[in-house]
Design a protein around this ligand. Structure first.
Ligand code: A4P
Ligand code: MG
Length: 205
């Protein structure tokens, strides 16, 4: 854990407040301005630098995207790196973001990759440490086997760091083609995924 992460956990940012229900209603009303939006589920993860700040920056950048509204952001989880041997990388902070968007899947991926570029993510190694990873977990039931954009995400259903926060924000959600999240959870186990109740990501207005 970095010193800045410690700072975040010991003295929470006083500007971070729960979103009042009146504001949630305003956001819902604003959704009406999106014509025929589609719901997409994004997974965000960071295990380099100030992880919480980076995740919040990614949420803010997504919310700033024309034709996209952030509907919900999950709690933050601290998670063991998946796909690599233990202790070769630092732990991740992971969260799930639910969006409504008029962007087609390819443009949403472009936007996700632009967010990664903004955080100077380097790709030297598959599953290597990263300032930020933004994956599209699902896009309104769309199925695609294109390696450039596989939908739903081909590995997310095996990952507690995706399913657990997704279930928090959408308890009734279904993983396209695989059934309800709540029914997938027992098979994945906890995989070293721990709720960081002392941290919070904010939905920008
Ligand atoms: N791509 C295809 N489908 C998608 C999709 N649905 N969403 C392509 C996003 N990208 C998709 O991704 C490689 C290529 O996948 C992209 O060019 C895109 O066109 P990448 O982000 O450049 O590389 P990567 O992330 O290292 O590879 P990969 O295989 O996507 O890894 P994953 O599956 O994203 O896993 N452990 C924890 N605890 N938390 C994490 O967040 N993340 C990973 C990355 C590994 N271990 C982790 C975590
Ligand atoms: Mg990725």
């Amino acid at each position: 854990m970095t010193s800045s992460d410690n700072a975040a956990s010991s003295s929470p940012d006083p500007t971070v407040q729960p979103v009042p229900s009146a504001v949630v209603q305003q956001v819902d009303a604003a959704d009406a301005t999106l014509h025929n939006p589609h719901v997409a589920v994004l997974s965000i993860g960071s295990n380099l630098g100030n992880r919480l700040e980076t995740l919040q920056g990614a949420v803010d950048a997504l919310a700033d995207t024309p034709g996209l509204r952030v509907k919900a952001v999950s709690p933050v989880y601290e998670t063991q790196p998946w796909g690599v041997s233990e202790d070769t990388q630092g732990t991740y902070f992971n969260a799930v973001v639910i969006v409504r968007t008029t962007l087609p899947p390819s443009s949403l991926l472009e936007r996700a990759q632009a967010v990664e570029e903004a955080y100077e993510r380097v790709r030297e190694l598959r599953w290597g440490p990263r300032t930020i990873d933004v994956d599209i977990v699902s896009y309104q039931g769309v199925v695609s086997t294109d390696p450039g954009l596989t939908l739903p995400h081909p590995r997310a259903h095996e990952r507690a760091f995706v399913l657990v926060p997704w279930h928090d924000v959408e308890p009734e959600a279904e993983y396209p083609g695989r059934g309800r999240i709540v029914d997938l959870l027992p098979a994945v186990g906890d995989q070293g995924v721990q709720l960081r109740g002392d941290l919070e990501l904010v939905v920008p207005l």
